[in-house]
Design a protein around this ligand. Structure first.
Ligand code: NAI
Ligand code: MG
Length: 346
């Protein structure tokens, strides 16, 4: 059978790092089935050209793919009529309810890692403030804006289940629920309760060995910087998960290293955690490793373990042995140099 991979580079450095990830997958050879790539469009640049940020053809074509890689899309800070972020829409349309973001540090050769990080943020991907139901009114005191924050038992339990399953595959099996129930007792309270209820819903003590902890989100960020090694699996509502995973990325050197997958029950989409990086776009210096690692996560999710292992090993060797590094990591190498070294190591 064939593996069909949709490619959506999007905007900015997406157009530089997604082709690199494609080349790395191609270099895997017989570790994975014969692969066919499908080039697809989405993003702000497309919107500016055509008035449509996420064409129906792209969504339909993804339906014919086994998985996809998504680069990044630019979203203006000011509201632009007719534009809304295609990645948020795609997560909803394809029901990619989990955003899984592993953050791992590997010590440089010969050096000691004093703050080892090996955690995974499991972020709920469909609700919370990202339902984007915002409104503005005017009172006698001026403008007032509101946003709806939706938390459901259903979505909180299914993200909880995915996070417990991930914990089972990890050596430490520590599981931390991130919330702010002390202030938002109804919404975050429901998230916390729903995640906590998951072990009771599965048969005969499947998660009995998982150590369940919880932490208020603000102090979780503090402890993340002070003692990141205490964390293993962190499960969080959408917005907290977004913020925590970017913060965790700072602990391992660069956003350009941190991968993710958007996963549902029927589809998986790899996506680097970083954005379109307009400040460096077009210069050929974007770090492709987050995208290559995202490809590895995507393959692992589909069960192609040996291909995923090889990709991840090659990335780690480039980082910590060869030290072929782009400027975000303090190096002088180009995107292409890093890719060439990854392929050599494969
Ligand atoms: P960003 O992640 O694009 O960039 C933040 C900083 O990290 C910049 O200095 C950038 O040069 C650097 N950086 C990021 N990825 C890098 C890489 N692979 N190699 C080297 N350096 C890298 O975040 P920013 O600047 O806040 O957002 C830029 C645009 O991206 C915005 O329009 C935003 O809406 C969009 N964005 C899109 C996301 C997505 O598509 N999922 C996620 C985050 C932001
Ligand atoms: Mg983010």
């Amino acid at each position: 059978s064939k593996l069909r991979v949709g490619l959506i580079p999007g905007d900015g450095i997406g157009a530089e790092v997604i082709p690199a990830a494609r080349r790395a997958i191609e270099a895997l050879g017989s570790d994975i089935p014969k692969t066919e790539f499908v080039d697809l469009e989405a993003g702000f640049e497309l919107f500016a050209r055509s008035g449509d940020a996420l064409p129906e053809e792209t969504v339909e074509a993804l339906g014919e793919c086994d998985c996809a890689l998504f680069g990044a899309v630019s979203s203006p800070i000011k509201k632009i009529t007719g534009y809304s972020s295609p990645i948020v829409a795609l997560r909803k349309k394809l029901d990619l309810y989990a955003n899984v973001r592993p953050v791992v540090s590997v010590a440089a050769k010969g050096a000691e890692d004093t703050k080892p990080v090996d955690l995974v943020v499991v972020r709920e991907n469909t609700e919370c403030l990202y339902v984007k139901q915002e409104s503005q009114t005017t009172s006698e005191r001026g403008k007032e804006a509101r946003a709806i924050r939706l938390i459901t038992e259903y979505a909180s339990q299914r993200i909880g289940k995915m996070a417990f399953e991930l914990a089972l595959g990890r050596p430490r099996q520590v599981f931390t629920i991130i919330h702010k129930s002390n202030v938002l007792s109804v919404t975050d309270g429901l998230f916390r309760e729903s995640v906590r209820s998951v072990p009771r819903l599965v048969e005969n003590g499947r998660y009995d060995n998982v150590k369940i902890e919880e932490q208020i989100v603000d102090s979780a960020v503090y402890r993340l910087f002070r003692e990141p090694q205490i964390y293993d699996v962190m499960v969080a509502p959408n917005l907290y998960g977004d913020i925590i995973s970017d913060a965790a990325a700072a602990l391992v050197g660069s956003l350009g290293l941190v991968p993710s997958i958007n996963a549902g029950d029927n589809f998986v989409m790899g996506e680097p955690v970083h954005g379109s990086a307009p400040d460096i776009a077009g210069q050929g210096i974007a770090n492709p490793l987050a995208s290559i690692r995202s490809a590895a996560l995507m393959l692992r999710h589909l069960g192609y373990t040996s291909g995923a292992d090889r990709l991840e090993r090659a990335v780690n060797e480039v980082l910590y042995e060869a030290q072929v590094l782009t400027p975000d990591m303090g190096g002088k190498s180009k995107t292409q140099d890093v890719l060439d070294e990854v392929i050599r190591r494969l």
